[in-house]
Design a protein around this ligand. Structure first.
Ligand code: NAP
Length: 249
């Protein structure tokens, strides 16, 4: 029996652990060939073992998203091997400093913006022709609820601002592709999930009270399916709601 995402090529950033790892594994379970990107080779190799164990296939890309030239080379490599990309999951992110804006070091600011925003734009820049070459290109970007709350979560400046920018980036890409291409672009908000990032933000929290990346991943993969045709919208895991744009909450 054929799998729903058979012959589809999917790139997942931040696939070495947490949400990205779970999304990559779920994509592979549904038949996609996963291009798994992160810096930690060991984490990628563990994912590769898990993907093989479910009968899937992966290509590992040990890469720092701040190496923008490498993202250009990745686009070329995908073109040479497959001529198209069906799915992009822009998941990788960093929390950055938890401190008042006036105390943020310039390098900390630059690093958060580079990974959470600029790398996703560089991926769009590099991969857009390949997503357009697919019969149903899908891009999903993983945001956060702190991005555009009416009442800002204090001391999470670079992270919150970067996620607001990521939302705008995704919506812009959706607007540019909506009418003339088969590309569809969605934003997914996981809410609090049991990962290393969440534990570093909330060290006193009992992780057992949180839902897991494995709970979230199938919903992200649903958004990557050719049958998912919404674009430019936010899917919110906590409420299960699809929102036309980020409403203050
Ligand atoms: P995580 O466990 O810290 O995983 C982050 C992933 O991003 C890792 O695979 C990491 O891989 C990768 N990454 C970070 N910097 C990178 C870089 N410079 N180059 C390449 N890869 C890089 O975090 P997570 O909780 O799974 O978060 C995933 C996404 O969900 C993030 O965008 C986060 O903002 C968002 N989110 C999470 C929660 C939550 O509660 N967990 C809530 C809201 C939003 P390497 O370190 O191996 O490079």
């Amino acid at each position: 029996m054929s799998l729903p995402l058979e012959n589809r090529i999917a790139l997942v950033t931040g696939a070495s652990r947490g949400i990205g790892r779970a999304v990559a594994l779920e994509l592979a379970r549904r038949g996609a060939h996963v291009i798994a990107l992160a810096r930690t080779q060991g984490g990628l190799e563990e994912l590769d073992d898990e993907i093989r164990a479910v009968g899937g296939e992966a290509t590992l890309v040990p890469c720092d998203l701040k190496d923008f030239d490498a993202l250009d080379r990745l686009g070329l490599a995908i073109y040479e091997r497959w001529k198209k990309l069906d799915i992009l999951v822009g998941n990788a992110g960093v929390l950055g400093p938890v401190t008042p804006l006036g105390h943020v070091e310039p390098k900390q600011w630059d690093d958060v913006m580079a990974v959470n925003v600029t790398a996703n734009w560089r991926l769009i820049r590099s991969l857009d022709p390949l997503l357009r070459a697919s019969d149903a290109g899908r891009a999903v970007f993983v945001t956060s609820g702190v991005g555009s709350r009416a009442q800002m979560t204090a001391y999470l400046g670079p992270y919150s601002i970067s996620k607001s920018a990521l939302d705008s980036l995704a919506r812009m890409y959706a607007a540019e592709t909506a009418n003339t291409t088969n590309v569809r672009v969605m934003i997914a908000n996981p809410g609090p999930l049991r990962t290393r990032m969440r534990a570093s933000l909330m060290p006193g929290e009992d992780p057992q009270t949180l839902r897991t990346p494995e709970d979230f991943a199938p919903h992200v993969v649903d958004l990557c399916s050719p049958t998912s045709t919404e674009t430019g919208k936010l899917w919110d895991f906590a409420s299960g709601a699809l929102k036309s744009f980020r409403s203050p909450d």
